[in-house]
Design a protein around this ligand. Structure first.
Ligand code: AMP
Length: 218
């Protein structure tokens, strides 16, 4: 099963993508995480991507498609995968189609902008293993230390307030059109992001179960 998670930055799509990845035992591919790895490793791609990421803009489609293509070619993607943060533009979605990648389900996690700003300001991430927390909604049981690998948690550069507004603007301008793109293909389902992560997870799994039940009948 190939699933895309759509949603504004901070809507919680990364958390849902991780949950579903564990439950269905398929890899969760986050282009944002791939870029952060490339930045940390100071590769050519990382150096190019960083300037766009730091400004809250999108990395150009050509670079993004390449980093995704390399990842999708790995054998663990053969039985399905989750895309978190890709596509983010209509040309990226068209690239997937043209490459023959079949998308079974697109789950849009909807959260209004004012909630997004509140959420992003509390987000903390682990620079070592990539785990994501929120100081109120999903705190690490070790405080400011990662519960998974014991590194000190940080605020991502692009989660700083001045960048968040620009990321939301980018989302509404460039990524939101994908909602209609996938609605027209009949694969879009919307989940309203809830206060509690577990409640959003419940709704997300309902969508997946409904999809599985429907495809069995067909
Ligand atoms: P994320 O962790 O998904 O919020 O991504 C962090 C940053 O990486 C974004 O703000 C973009 O600058 C860049 N990025 C991630 N995925 C994409 C994509 N599909 N297209 C362009 N830029 C991306």
């Amino acid at each position: 099963m190939n699933i895309i998670f759509l949603g504004a930055p901070g809507a919680g799509k990364g958390t849902q993508a991780e949950n579903v990845s564990e439950k269905l035992n398929i890899p969760n591919i986050s282009t944002g995480a791939l870029f952060r790895e490339a930045v940390a490793a100071k590769t050519d791609t990382g150096l190019k991507a960083k300037e766009y990421m730091d400004n809250g803009g999108l990395v150009p489609d050509g670079i993004t498609v390449n980093i995704l293509k390399e990842r999708l070619a790995k054998p663990d993607c053969e039985n399905g995968f989750i895309l978190d943060g890709f596509p983010r533009t209509v040309p990226q979605a068209e690239y997937l189609e043209e490459s023959g990648v079949v998308i079974d389900l697109v789950i849009d996690i909807y959260v209004p902008d004012d909630k997004i700003i509140e959420r992003i300001s509390g987000r903390r991430v682990c620079p070592m293993c990539g785990a994501s927390y929120h100081i109120i909604y999903k705190p690490s049981h070790r405080g400011n230390i990662c519960g998974r690998c014991e590194s000190r948690l940080i605020i991502r550069d692009d989660d700083k307030p001045e960048v968040v507004f620009s990321r939301l603007e980018t989302y509404h301008g460039q990524t939101e059109p994908l909602i209609d793109f996938y609605k027209n293909k009949g694969v879009l389902e919307t989940v309203i992001g809830q206060e509690e992560v577990d409640d959003t997870s419940k709704l997300t799994f309902e969508v997946i179960q409904n999809f599985n039940a429907k495809t069995k009948i067909e």
